[in-house]
Design a protein around this ligand. Structure first.
Ligand code: AMP
Length: 406
């Protein structure tokens, strides 16, 4: 038995060539360190590490980092400089963000061989993300085989959707054979933000209906009834739904046949077009909302049209999810655009007074990093800005699963 009661959780978000990490102490939810390794496998890899307890300075290291194992070892070495290394007895668990958990994983799950096999089986529906997540998990397991490793799935929060929302209206047999259905993503954020919104209203999540608008470079909306997701805008993949930084969001599926038959494009070319060269960047050449707003303010017509299309789709989802929920207690804006872009929030609810939605200009313009209301006091429906915290949510879920056993 260790003399120390382990209360730290390392959160890992492993991409194909990057690892983002945060070390948290769950006794008070304090962040002890945050960092990022990028361009893994290249000559110009970079590690950026910021110790957050004791006021340490950000440290950067540039040079080749061959693979994820080398990356995690480098992270551990950085953490060790502040007495927080991966070998510390105070580390209770490692929580991994896993993008696709299919229908199988409805909750955070302690990883064993069967769980790894299932995440692997889901690679065909998440070809970019799940392999990278698996590499991160296997590397962490090799470094600390004795430690519980927990998978927290982006899809899990959405597994409560009814079949009427989750099924596409295509041939059932074909859909089932290829596991085609709406899975939804950003679930950790939607879970965290819907709960934090209920808290802001002074209510239990089971008592409120919330429309969550996660507007980052990727963007998704969800309808949450009494703490459970009943619909979400991303589908089989994160391409569906709202207009995003580089993804098209909703379009007529026949656009794809047209591009293939008439445009002579290959499947891979269309995939790249819709995922990487569409959305805001396709419409106006910029995907950063700050830049788009600057251009709009200067009278740039192309940027104005991109902004208007973005808002048009956002508004349609607010209306759709209002109808899905029947009664709405709050609309919550989150992520990079949702938390920072007051003009987006204002435009998204403009004209929806009949639905009880409005923003107060002054409250909307004020900045802050705490959850806050931006609707006028008299408003029937609360409009809120709720900063998301996916790492804290992953750490909380991980610790809830393993902490009690320590
Ligand atoms: P995320 O994916 O949540 O990190 O969000 C990234 C996006 O947030 C960026 O592409 C920007 O478009 C947007 N963003 C960040 N800060 C601001 C800001 N101050 N005003 C408008 N948009 C912002």
């Amino acid at each position: 038995m260790s003399a120390v009661s382990p209360s730290r959780v390392l959160v890992l978000n492993s991409g194909s060539s990057s690892v983002k990490y945060q070390l948290l102490d769950m006794s008070d939810n304090a962040r002890l360190a945050v960092g990022l390794v990028e361009r893994i496998g290249e000559e110009t890899s970079r590690l950026k590490h910021t110790p957050l307890h004791g006021g340490g300075e950000t440290r950067e290291w540039n040079g080749p980092i061959a693979d994820h194992e080398a990356a995690l070892k480098a992270v551990s070495a950085e953490l060790a400089k502040d007495g927080l290394g991966l070998d510390s007895p105070e580390l209770a668990a490692i929580g991994h963000r896993v993008v696709h958990g299919g229908r199988h994983f409805t909750e955070p799950t302690v990883i064993d061989d069967a769980v790894l096999a299932e995440i692997e089986r889901l690679i065909p529906v998440a070809p970019l993300h799940n392999p990278a997540n698996l590499t991160g998990i296997r590397t962490a397991q090799a470094l600390r085989p004795d430690l519980p490793q927990v998978a927290v799935f982006d899809t899990a929060f959405h597994t409560t959707m009814p079949e009427s929302a989750a099924r596409y209206a295509i041939d059932v047999k074909t859909a089932d054979e290829h596991r085609i259905r709406r899975y939804g993503f950003h679930g950790t954020s939607h879970a965290y933000v819907s709960r934090a919104t209920a808290e802001l209203l002074g209510k239990d999540p089971s008592e409120v209906n919330v429309i969550v608008l996660h507007l980052g470079n990727g963007a998704s909306a969800s309808a949450v009834r009494g703490g459970r997701c009943v619909d979400t805008s991303m589908g089989l993949t994160p391409l569906e739904g709202l207009v995003m930084g580089t993804r098209s969001g909703d379009l007529d599926p026949a656009v794809i046949f047209h591009l293939a038959r008439v445009g002579g494009m290959s499947t891979d070319e269309i995939d790249t077009l819709l995922n990487k060269k569409s959305g805001l960047i396709g419409l106006c050449g910029d995907n950063d909302m700050r830049e788009i707003r600057r251009r709009v303010d200067e009278g740039d017509e192309q940027a104005r049209l991109a902004f208007d299309i973005y808002i048009h789709h956002l508004k349609k989802y607010i209306g759709a999810y209002y109808a899905v929920l029947g009664t709405v207690d709050a609309v919550a804006f989150t992520a990079g655009v949702g938390e920072n872009a007051a003009p987006v929030r204002q435009a998204a609810v403009a004209g929806l007074e009949q639905l009880g939605l409005a923003v107060d200009e002054e409250l909307n313009a004020a900045r802050g990093d705490r959850p806050r209301l931006i609707s006028p006091e008299s408003a029937r429906v609360a409009v809120a800005v709720v900063p998301t915290d996916e790492e804290l949510e992953i750490a909380t879920q991980t610790y809830a699963l393993v902490g009690k056993n320590n």
